[in-house]
Design a binder for this molecule. Sequence first.
Ligand SMILES: C[S@@+](CC[C@H](N)C(=O)[O-])C[C@H]1O[C@@H](n2cnc3c(N)ncnc32)[C@H](O)[C@@H]1O
Length: 325
Amino acid sequence: MCIAVKLGLFAVSVMPEASRVVDSRLRRNDGHKATTIEAAITEAAAALASAGFDEPRRRARRLVAAALGLSASEVFAYPERRVDEGGAARIGDFLRRILAHEPLSRVLGTREFWGLDFRLSSDTLDPRPETETVVEAVLARLPERDRPYRLLDLGTGNGCLLLALLSERPAATGTGVDCTFGAATAARANAVALGLAARSWFAVGDWAAAISGRFDAVVANPPYIATGTIASLPPEVRDFDPRRALDGGADGLAAYRTIVADLPRLIAPDGLFATEIGDGQGTAVAAILAAHGLAIDAFADDLAGIRRCIVARPAGTSTVKKCLE
Ligand SMILES: C[S@@+](CC[C@H](N)C(=O)[O-])C[C@H]1O[C@@H](n2cnc3c(N)ncnc32)[C@H](O)[C@@H]1O
């Protein structure tokens, strides 16, 4: 969830007049020279630059490519290609939304995670690349590709964690739980689109309150932003990710306390719990785990070098002992 670094902090206000100028130029259909891809990129970049966005040309290129349904290399290769009226209207619409700080993934309604395409909805977090750290950590500890592992994903959102794991372990099955019907529905739709619906179930619930049984891996990426800091998040996050996907209570740790209390009855004897954590939360979350009889198996850093994931197991299991020796 640490989007600030990835998206950049745009210390700007939206400049609607910038998008209106570009929009009207792009829509021009008065017999004069038609707009080309290159001209559209230049105009969009100028609007983004004047609104204070960093790397305006790179952003403009992505925006134009996305609006026209082209790849980045096609946009590079055919700068002189004409943009028709529909394409110009889409570019104008996308630009207006980007200038209002809507992330491009939200504009497009999809996000790639673990090499898979996930649909987004207003009920789901926009999955972040650093959450792949959790996927990596779990796969490394569930090494048998064809074993029927049982997985549980708490706070599944659009299902990205569970479905990424199921895509790599073809005999595994899993349950995803979210507190909103919209998220559970979105996750289910993603499971269908990815061909994983037969091995996944999605439920609406309050963390694991209604879940019984034992799982080889319980995973979670709970909301972990302290309530008081949400107002200072970048607008791309604060205004577009659902509040319940961000708000971790007064100290950011409320969800961990609830989830971890249920783990002793949910984790199989040689099973594990893997969770994403916020920057600097490692010690506090480890203490919550220890209080419920779970021992740290490993910490994992994301690509930015931030401690992003904790893996824990029931204390005293053979795997933990091996790890500590
Ligand atoms: C940070 S988002 C993670 C979404 C997804 N797993 C991901 O990694 O992108 C946290 C998710 O927890 C869900 N959530 C919040 N409170 C919950 C609760 N009490 N029970 C179940 N899910 C909850 C939110 O709706 C949200 O989808």
